[in-house]
Design a binder for this molecule. Structure first.
Ligand code: NI
Ligand code: MN
Length: 220
């Protein structure tokens, strides 16, 4: 599994030979290393419909052949905007999409449709992208049920968890690797990966924190 950070909450993951984009906010993202015209994918996932999570760019990517995956109402809207292949789901057990298992999870946030996180499971690995969320105790169940190898967690504070709360999330989920996201893009997102690292060391020292810079990749 190869994970590339595209800044903010946007990731490109190659898993079982499938290219997956999550929350591909590219147009207008000051941290994005790519342009939407240069990006393609097999699957594009949008966790919720706030502008910094890339609905519009995801629709453009879907028009080029990616399957658009989101909660039912957002997927329907993507279809109306021209995405050809959409999978509208809801929070619950996984669906099989292009050979991968994809499950939407709850997220404590807002939006015009219910916000979500997402778990993606393949043969080569698995990850949980929490979307935008506050801390919730049932993250423990996401860890117990899906054992995601990697967890991408928001740490910026103000709209989501801060580094302390996100370290509790790591303690609940127990991933091998935690990747911080949703910080530093704007001055208001004050959480830092250094503080997150320090807090994770206290509560979940067996988890490795890897803070990726935009355009940086890891192979896990
Ligand atoms: Ni949001
Ligand atoms: Mn956001």
């Amino acid at each position: 599994m190869k994970i590339r950070y595209l800044g903010h909450a946007a990731f490109e993951v190659v898993l079982d030979g499938k290219r997956i984009l999550v929350d591909p906010w590219i147009t207008g993202n000051p941290k994005s290393p790519v342009k939407v015209g240069d990006v393609s994918a097999d699957i594009v996932i949008v966790t919720h419909d706030h502008g910094d999570h890339g609905f519009d760019d995801a629709v453009e990517i879907a028009k080029k052949g990616a399957t658009f995956v989101s909660i039912f109402e957002i997927a329907t809207k993507a279809g109306e905007k021209g995405a050809k292949d959409t999978v509208g789901m809801n929070i619950g057990g996984p669906a099989e999409i292009k050979g991968l298992k994809i499950a939407l999870t709850q997220a404590f946030h807002s939006g015009t449709a219910n916000p979500t996180g997402v778990v993606v499971i393949g043969k080569e690995g698995s990850f949980y992208h929490a979307g935008d969320t506050g801390l919730f105790g049932d993250m423990k169940l996401i860890g117990e049920i899906y054992h995601p190898k990697v967890a991408m967690l928001p740490i910026g504070s103000h709209f989501t968890m801060d580094p302390v709360e996100a370290s509790y999330a790591v303690q609940f989920i127990r991933p091998e690797i935690a990747i911080p996201m949703h910080y530093g893009t704007f001055p208001i997102l004050t959480g830092t990966p250094e503080k997150f690292q320090e807090e994770v060391r206290k509560r979940a020292p067996e988890t490795k924190v890897i803070a990726l810079k935009p355009d940086e990749s890891i192979e896990v």
